[in-house]
Design a protein around this ligand. Structure first.
Ligand SMILES: Nc1ncnc2c1ncn2[C@@H]1O[C@H](COP(=O)(O)OP(=O)(O)OP(=O)(O)O)[C@@H](O)[C@H]1O
Length: 185
């Protein structure tokens, strides 16, 4: 994947310089600039850039194998790009150490992976509560919020089951609940 949706007037401070005279001052929450990533001889990203404003909804689309997952993994600090920079809320993710990137992922990013995302030994409720428990939220509070999200996604009935005992679709919903459980409000 190469090129960018919008890669002009880059400033890493989280604000977008006015462009086109509209007095635009949308806060840029996520900025990725010139990302390169190869797996052995396979280039997955070849200068990909992306900006996402606070509150903006963005879909990344492209053919299978074009680098969408690699891009998202790089911006979320899961994969380190070979070159290029990523800023989240003005902080440079690509320069953070492992512990700082883990804390950022736990607190600020929700991810639904394609495969193997739920911890098989935990119940679905425990899986959803996990990001909160890792942030030291008390078990009762974490499980109450996890229950609310499971019910919102219409899988409250699988709370006590383990991932191996639920359908693929139910498992995906549980993963979505886990991705959203740390969301504010
Ligand atoms: N861990 C890895 N090891 C080796 N090659 C990889 C790895 N991850 C991705 N690739 C390769 O990098 C390229 C981009 O993969 P990526 O998963 O980012 O694509 P994608 O657009 O998300 O694909 P899909 O839509 O099929 O999920 C592909 O050629 C893929 O085979």
């Amino acid at each position: 994947m190469s090129g960018s949706r919008e890669a002009t007037d880059l400033t890493p401070d989280g604000t977008r310089a006015p462009s086109g005279g509209a007095g635009e001052a949308q806060r840029r929450l996520l900025v990725a600039d010139g990302l390169h990533k190869s797996f052995g001889a396979t280039p997955a990203l070849d200068g990909a850039s992306l900006e996402v404003g606070a509150g903006e909804v963005v879909a990344v689309m492209g053919p299978s194998g074009s680098g969408k997952s690699t891009l998202l993994h790089c911006v979320a600090g899961i994969v380190r790009p070979d070159a290029g920079r990523v800023f989240f809320d003005g902080r440079e993710v690509s320069r953070m150490g492992d512990a700082e990137r883990s804390a950022l992922r736990r607190g600020q990013f929700g991810f639904v992976f394609q495969f193997g995302q739920l911890v098989p030994e935990l119940t679905c409720l425990e899986n959803v509560a996990l990001p909160l428990r890792l942030e030291r939220v008390r078990r009762r509070v974490a499980e109450r919020r996890a229950t609310e999200w499971l019910e919102r996604l219409e899988v409250g009935d699988v709370a006590g089951k383990r991932p191996g005992e639920v359908s693929g679709g139910q498992g995906q919903r549980v993963a979505v609940a886990r991705a959203l459980v740390t969301a504010p409000g």
